[in-house]
Design a protein around this ligand. Structure first.
Ligand SMILES: [Zn+2]
Ligand SMILES: [Zn+2]
Length: 188
């Protein structure tokens, strides 16, 4: 993972672009989802700040997810923006922040505010990356915004075909089923 470390002395005053490729194996143990393909593309811009560096970039990767409506697996590209501050005394500051456990429910509030420690005169770009990936929890994923889901009666995937069952609305409440029952018994 040597490529992901940057020497502070190598960062020019005006800052510089970085671009690196991180195989998903490098984040083994942090991943909640199956990463598909080549791993992570992590690129951005790094600038010097006093006693450290500031990193701003985007992290892109592709995950395999399951659609909450039709339950089909699909591939979803994820693109996260990620910022991080590295400072040589970051370890102490970060430890203090962690022990106060003031992190918000989402975890997003404090992210990037507390500096990451430098390793000697280097910064390790996998560290904020790992944290971003851990925090990224998919709540509701749809294979497409207009996913039609599964038929409640026969289970057919309505994206593939119309199964011809009674439209969902008519079966959606217990009362509509009752109506149907009452109507049919009146007819007898
Ligand atoms: Zn779907
Ligand atoms: Zn059906």
């Amino acid at each position: 993972m040597a490529a992901l470390r940057i020497h502070l002395n190598d960062i020019p005053m005006e800052g510089m672009n970085f671009e690196c490729h991180v195989p998903s194996a490098a984040l083994e143990g942090s991943l909640k989802e199956e990463i598909v393909g080549e791993g992570f593309e992590w690129k951005g811009f790094v600038t010097r700040i006093s006693d450290g560096a500031y990193v701003e970039g985007t992290l892109s990767y592709v995950v395999r997810r399951e659609c909450v409506r039709c339950l089909q697996g699909f591939l979803q590209p994820v693109c996260l923006s990620c910022t991080a501050v590295f400072q040589s005394d970051g370890r102490a500051k970060r430890a203090a922040a962690d022990s106060s456990s003031e992190r918000s429910e989402t975890g997003l509030g404090s992210l990037g505010e507390e500096p990451y420690p430098c390793i000697g005169d280097q910064i390790d770009l996998t560290v904020p990356l790992r944290e971003q990936v851990i925090l990224e929890v998919p709540i509701q994923s749809l294979c497409q915004p207009q996913c039609r889901g599964l038929c409640l009666r026969c289970g057919a995937n309505l994206n593939d075909r119309d199964c011809g069952c009674t439209p969902e609305e008519e079966w959606s409440t217990p009362f509509s089923v009752l109506d149907r029952y009452v109507n049919s018994s009146n007819r007898d």
